[in-house]
Design a binder for this molecule. Structure first.
Ligand code: SF4
Length: 295
């Protein structure tokens, strides 16, 4: 069941540019996400356990977006817009509402640079518009000589093992299909990369598994890989922490104690865990000659 809702604002300006994704703006045409990733940070009672059942489309979003882009253009406030921060822009419902293509045409019209983050191959349908956007968008001055591109495309992959992602990302296509889609976009000349976000403690975060992710990303044409840890929030029945522990108890019961120790204090692992991952990633990115940042 899709609810159609009206919004007053759609283009959100951040206080500062994101260090990883380089975006200064976010837009979300939908509320909820039918990819249904267990670890998703937007999870909670608002969307329930199956987010596909409680999706909303911001039906007037294109008109609102156009006005907000006109305002930013007048002030010369160009900046990268991330699509999307709280939903996947290419989930199946978008084939009915077409919001993503409407947004892209507006970004093209107003020459706004875009970073698309997805787990879908439907992005290929927009390749022609994306090509123009990549060439025409106006970057903020300090990115003109470093990024030099109007479009960034990232595919999110938490594990290469389909038997893991079938349970954790039930609405998304298999990791290999995401990589094949990325390869096709690379062959069309786009800047592409893999967001290994999150890697999963004791499931997809060993040195050997990270090496496989990085070498495979390189093989399929990635210009960069971004690797980060898992965050688990909330104590409600539909929160990511509760659902993730249910997943562990069902498929990896031997890991529950280790997770409880790793997430004992904070909703994320301790600094030493991240430092270790970062050290591994840095070395492997040097070995495979691939960037561990977009620029
Ligand atoms: S694709 Fe992204 S927004 Fe959608 S459920 Fe997965 S993590 Fe959440």
């Amino acid at each position: 069941m899709i609810s159609e809702i009206h919004v007053k604002s759609i283009l959100n300006k951040k206080k500062k540019r994101d260090d990883w994704f380089l975006d200064e703006y976010t837009v979300n045409a939908y509320e909820g996400c039918s990819m249904n990733c267990i670890y998703c940070y937007v999870r909670g009672s608002k969307y329930g356990e199956n987010m596909a059942e409680r999706l909303s489309v911001k039906i007037n979003a294109p008109e609102v977006l156009e006005k907000q882009l006109q305002f930013r253009v007048k002030k010369n406030q160009y900046g990268i817009v991330v699509l999307s921060s709280a939903t996947d822009v290419y989930m199946p419902i978008d084939s009915k509402y077409g919001m993503t293509q409407k947004f892209l045409l507006l970004f093209l019209k107003y020459k706004f640079p875009v970073h698309i983050i997805t787990k879908s191959d439907r992005i290929l349908n927009d390749a022609e518009i994306l090509k123009q956007l990549d060439a025409d968008a106006i970057l903020p001055d300090d990115l003109k000589n470093t990024l030099k591109r109007g479009l960034i495309i990232s595919f999110s992959i938490s594990s290469l093992d389909k038997s893991v992602t079938d349970h954790l990302e039930p609405g998304a296509i298999a990791p290999i299909k995401r990589l094949e889609t990325m390869q096709q976009l690379k062959e069309k000349g786009f800047l592409v990369g893999v967001n290994c976000l999150p890697v999963l403690p004791f499931i997809s975060d060993s040195s050997a598994q990270i090496e496989e992710m990085i070498s495979t990303s390189k093989k399929y044409g990635a210009d960069y890989v971004l690797v980060g840890g898992l965050t688990l929030f909330g104590n409600e029945p539909a929160s990511s922490k509760v659902l993730f522990y249910k997943f562990l108890e069902k498929y990896h019961p031997h890991l529950v104690t280790q997770y409880k120790s790793l997430y004992r204090i904070y909703p994320y692992p301790p600094k030493a865990y991240h430092d270790n991952i970062n050290t591994i990633v840095k070395k492997l990115c040097e070995k495979y000659e691939i960037r561990n940042s977009i620029i």
